[in-house]
Design a binder for this molecule. Sequence first.
Ligand code: GLC
Length: 557
Amino acid sequence: MEKKWWKESVVYQIYPRSFKDSNGDGVGDLNGITEKLDYLAKLGIDVIWLSPVYRSPNDDNGYDISDYRAIMDDFGTMSDFDRLLDEAHRRGIRIVMDLVVNHTSDEHPWFVESRKSEDNPYRDFYIWRPARNGRPPNNWGSCFSGSAWEYDARTDMYYLHLFSKKQPDLNWDNPEVREEVFDMMNWWLDKGADGFRMDVISLISKDPDFPDGVPGINGYASFTEPANGPHVHEYLQEMRKKVLDGRDTLTVGECSGVTLEEAKKYARSDGRELNMVFQFEHMDVDADGSNKWSDKKMDLRELKKIMTKWQKGLDTVAWNSLFWENHDQPRSVSRFGDDGRYRETSAKMLATCLHMMQGTPYIYQGEELGMTNVPFCDISDFRDLDSINAYYELTGRGIFTKEQMLRFLRYKSRDNARTPFQWNSEENAGFTTGEPWIMVNPNYTEINAEEQMKRETSVFCYYQKLIRLRKQHEIIVYGSYDLLLPEDKELFVYTRALGTEKLLVICNFYGNTRCFELPEEWDSRKTKILIANYSDAAVEKTITVRPYEALVLQNRP
Ligand code: GLC
């Protein structure tokens, strides 16, 4: 397998609005991030993925961009950005930008022009269609509730927005759009940025017939209906030639609706498109069919099946990215672990299970502390338009009661990941001296970076160790993967192999104590523990696996 720095790296995602506020306005900013680079260096990460920092009216917290070459006022200035990039590079940390080009803001000058008239030179930068029998052109739904089409009286037509109506979709079939995007990407790379995380890049090419899709619980087809459209690979290959070829970048595509076969095209190791993709199948293990709003608990066998399918399916052909969390998902310890009695143990177990797989691991800010979901009380506590819209749409139509919907939001809302980073036990968790833009999780007095950095048994120190191990053992990066005990409902056990070396990863996802028989070929006397989340873990022929225990065994041939 070809060796690459981006395969050996650990990426840390920063959601700037919630990371660190340096000027007391209650919103995180670029100088706040620069202030905390030493923290990240201490954790040991190699790359920062910066969620959008561009000028934006913030309908979707920066994922609606009105100027791709300017910094959002809330976050600072371009010289703050240059300083951040410089200071990161000085510490050997690369910065990957968030490239949001499936859509712009409706306040972007291109859209302001586009909507003026049918013969405006920018008309064809977006996707305009006439009504179909007095109704929207098809049944596609927006990711954030309602139709994906918005009627615009000025020209008596609808424009497509797979996200909010303030996020009109760009028309990638127009070569001028592609040139503008490629130019802008080159501009950021020339500045020194180290690559891109590409927002919903699987959605950029739409079927020109705009066929109806299968309706979900709100009556609309999923926003992922256009995923992997007819020209997406062609456009990414063009991007490779016009932007990425000859540059040493990290590229990861957020590929909603991607299948294994499609992922092999996006991230094939021949390097014609992207380095890797984010797939989302494992984020649906606790969905209720196609409906994410539920509080169903996952079946571990299902999770193992999905992870294994991707581990085996991409091995030697393409490359996986590994994640439990990002700014669109709830906290993993609350979702897949136990955020009560076993919070620290289960956070470490989840980290072990993920970081020992083949692929590039992504850590979302606060995951390294075992930050939890948030006890939101009322719909007025939420800031995320996805959560707020879904609440009103689904309760308004009588599909769920308000109590049900609040329960689902507490479990699944994106705002769970967006409350301020918990730096210390001072007011507002040390995030801001002002009024934070969203509530602080009240558990910051107990869960915070300052306390964990001082304590060797903390989740933070465990992450440090996992990251260090990856640098010391090639097998963690490049070894092949095999699942054991596929039908076990509580244990996730797998092996990694590289040459004569082997690892055995044993993770208990539940609170029961279990027995695990070492496989035949493992001699307990020639086996050592590489890392474990219980300090007194021991290797025997039969291993007692305690609640949420995780152990990684290494053979000593
Ligand atoms: C991606 C982002 C999400 C955003 C959406 C629209 O899924 O991760 O936060 O709302 O795209 O840009």
